[in-house]
Design a binder for this molecule. Structure first.
Ligand code: UGA
Length: 432
């Protein structure tokens, strides 16, 4: 059993801390947000993530998982100090490292026994060295035996616990092989592939992985747009491509593009790093441009179907950036709603888990209780997020509720033939 502190109880920190506790370690999750910690201490999750609440409660009860706002208590006698704080986008697309700095300074001030500082936050290449430098300077001659390791995370929201417990790989980077191996021990029970590299390479693997996945999605979206012109079906194109083992079927779903707290921020940050060091990230630029256009294309399709959007009522199904999360950060739906509102459309929307967050950030949107309320009086219905709950709707009822039977399926969730038989004008993405 090791003693761990995880600084930051956002998505990554909370899931990582809880899962390490579940593997038998003693874990204290620390956050400066008092409200968040107070909720966690009452067993209330600050985010919606399937299975998380149960795992937190279980491990708190077992005496392995603690939450605190007190750095000193969290860092007392730890073997590993994980940094899992946010790295939001700065003005130029660069990652903002102020919270990483605060965490590094707290470690320097409060730890007095050998420790491995493990960076889980997504940080620019070179940040591990920077963190080591901050700690060294801050100690100002007071000795501390420490190493810095990078342990990028590859969790997906909505399946984060599974992704932690059954990872494709764990990547660890450090200039101190022994430190990396000590972190590897924490993952030993998972019996997964562990790759040990130097610090900068591990940091780069994270950015390159996210950028590649975003590229795959933008690629299939570009193909979808060409399919629309040429009368091919992108879903079958993706299936045909995906059977090639070198390509693989994952992340080839055409739609409204990628959103969330990771891809947009990370692709931008990688492009920014490239420019800063004299490269021209042309592919990354195109990947971002295609993604931005994908939402605009949906608005253009609506404009074409309705003549103009002024005073038209548009129903939006799904607001979260993808299913099984209440996270609305950079959600395609949010951008689509703003674009439609700019053209005078009236919006009514529903999301199975995102309504509380939607109420905080959406203005002049009628927030509905269910998909049928969204359909009521709508001139068009847009599917923005492919929640399971939307797969089997009573479409005859929806047709009767709508002012006009127009459907824009932004995630290719529904069967066009069935909907057309019911009298809908159906438009998907990249489907003839
Ligand atoms: C992503 C990565 O998949 C994780 O490996 C990584 O750890 C995480 O970012 C992170 O850096 O923290 P996540 O943002 O939770 O995870 O969500 P994804 O499942 O990757 O989906 C991202 C976006 O791409 C969503 O908006 C989704 O709707 C979209 N997407 C995904 C598509 O449009 N098509 C696809 O085929 C797949």
């Amino acid at each position: 059993m090791s003693k761990l502190c995880v600084i930051g109880t956002g998505y990554v920190g909370l899931v990582t801390g809880t899962c390490f506790a579940d593997l038998g370690n003693q874990v204290t999750c620390m956050d400066i947000d008092e409200n968040r910690i107070s909720l966690l201490n009452q067993g209330v999750m600050p985010i919606y993530e399937p299975g998380l609440e149960q795992l937190v409660v279980q491990n708190v009860k077992a005496g392995r998982l603690f939450f605190t706002t007190d750095y000193a208590a969290a860092l007392k006698d730890v073997d590993f100090a994980f940094i899992a704080v946010g790295t939001p986008s700065g003005d130029e697309g660069e990652a903002d490292l102020q919270y990483v700095r605060q965490a590094a300074e707290a470690i320097a001030d409060l730890v007095n026994k050998p420790v491995v500082v493990v960076n889980k936050s997504t940080v620019p290449v070179g940040t591990g060295d920077w963190v080591a430098d901050i700690i060294r300077k801050r100690r100002n001659g007071r000795p501390l035996e420490f190493s810095v390791a990078s342990n990028p995370e590859f969790l997906r929201e909505g399946s984060a616990i599974n992704d932690f417990m059954m990872p494709d790989r764990v990547v660890l980077g450090s200039e101190d092989r022994k430190a990396a191996e000590a972190v590897a021990e924490l993952y030993a029970a998972l019996r997964c592939q562990i790759l040990i590299t130097d610090l900068r390479t591990a940091e780069m693997i994270k950015y390159a992985s996210n950028a590649f996945l975003a590229t795959k999605i933008s690629f299939i979206n570009e193909i979808a747009n060409i399919c629309e012109e040429l009368g091919a079906d992108v879903r079958q194109v993706a299936a045909g491509m995906g059977l090639d083992k070198r390509i693989g079927p994952a992340f080839l779903d055409a739609g409204l593009g990628w959103g969330g707290s990771c891809f947009p921020k990370d692709v931008k940050a990688l492009a920014h790093m490239a420019v800063l060091h004299g490269s021209q990230p042309q592919l990354l630029q195109a990947v971002m441009d295609i993604n931005r256009m994908q939402r605009r294309r949906l608005v253009m399709k609506l404009r074409k179907a309705l003549g103009n959007l002024d005073e038209k009522t548009i129903g939006i199904l799904g607001i979260s950036f993808k299913p099984n999360t209440d996270d609305l950060r950079d959600a395609p739906a949010i951008e689509v709603i703003h674009l439609l509102q700019l053209e005078g459309a009236k919006i009514q929307a529903y999301d199975p888990q995102g309504m509380e967050n939607a109420a905080k950030i959406l203005k002049n949107v009628k927030l509905c209780q269910n998909p049928y309320q969204v359909a009521e009086g709508a001139d068009a219905l847009v599917l923005a997020t492919e929640w399971n709950e939307f797969k089997q709707l009573d479409f005859a009822r929806i047709r009767d509720l709508m002012a006009r039977p127009i459907i824009m399926d932004g995630r290719n969730l529904w069967d066009p033939q069935h909907l057309r038989e019911l009298g809908f004008h159906y438009t998907g993405v990249g489907r003839p």
